[in-house]
Write a protein that binds this ligand. Structure first.
Ligand code: GDP
Ligand code: MN
Ligand code: MN
Length: 249
């Protein structure tokens, strides 16, 4: 398997045809998967925003005040308002805002970025990254994974995750297959779109590299069942349930 960054993409602006920009630089072969950083999908979809667009109400002020009290750092209630607008729910309000986005991804600050956003304060995640992946996939005639850099519980550091995908299943279901001793696998559902996103993130980088897309060549899904379940359903998420009751000490 080979993962290579797509070189030479310009700064992406609202209204740009992102698929065409990518297609001018790479011609995906059969079996290639194209991974695209959500940051440029958002830019193309006009998801830059300024703090002044978010008028804080009582809830946003309360969230910002509490965050400020717990962390000791100044917090802008307009930013809290932006996170609230992008979220279905806040699982934690301190020491950071852990949000369930409207499309089901759980991440700090609803994935709103303040880096690599020239000319604006904020960059919101795409409204529906799987719909974005579907449009890109149709134009590129290849499976597409839309990625974001995200933290993870239990471990320091961030890595790439899939926030949307189209043209391949989210996961490879090994259940019912056998290990080397012939034991049947009972629980293993491999979240391949996250693994592809993490691999792509290795070459796209996080800073000023200017490489928001990567092509994965020579990887095969193989002869397995597929599943599109990636974001855990609420009733099936004990961590989410525990966090709702948790308050920082
Ligand atoms: P995120 O992980 O989706 O939030 O995106 P990052 O901010 O980490 O950026 C990923 C990569 O895309 C980095 O190499 C950035 O330099 C690059 N990048 C971000 N925006 C643009 C853009 O508009 N054009 C180009 N060519 N590269 C960009
Ligand atoms: Mn991001
Ligand atoms: Mn990143």
């Amino acid at each position: 398997m080979e993962v290579s960054a797509v070189e030479g993409l310009p700064e992406v602006r609202a209204g740009d045809d992102l698929a065409a920009l990518v297609a001018e630089r790479v011609d995906p072969a059969d079996g290639d998967v194209v991974c695209v950083a959500s940051t440029v999908v958002s830019k193309a979809e006009g998801r830059k925003a300024d703090l002044e667009e978010f008028a804080p109400g009582d809830r946003a002020r309360a969230v910002a005040d509490r965050l400020e009290a717990v962390t000791g750092d100044p917090k802008d209630p307009r930013f809290a308002r932006a996170v609230l607008e992008e979220s279905e729910e806040l699982l934690t309000e301190a020491p950071f805002l852990l949000a369930v986005t409207r499309f089901g991804h759980v991440t700090v600050n609803a994935g709103i970025d303040r880096s690599n956003v020239p000319g604006a304060d904020l960059l919101l995640l795409p409204e529906n990254p799987t719909a974005s992946a579907e449009r890109l996939s149709a134009a590129l005639e290849a499976p597409v994974v839309v990625t974001d850099t995200s933290g993870r519980p239990f471990r320091y550091g961030q890595r790439g995750v899939a926030v949307g995908w189209h043209g391949l299943p989210a996961a490879r279901d090994w259940r019912g297959e056998r290990d080397r001793d012939g034991r049947e696998l009972g629980v293993t559902v491999q979240a391949v779109v996250d693994e592809l996103a993490a691999a792509a993130n290795l070459v796209t980088g996080e800073g000023g590299g200017g490489t928001p897309a990567a092509v994965v060549r020579g990887w095969e899904f193989g002869d397995h069942d597929g599943s599109d379940e990636l974001f855990r359903a609420d009733e099936d998420d004990v961590i989410r349930a525990a966090l709702r009751d948790w308050r920082p000490g």
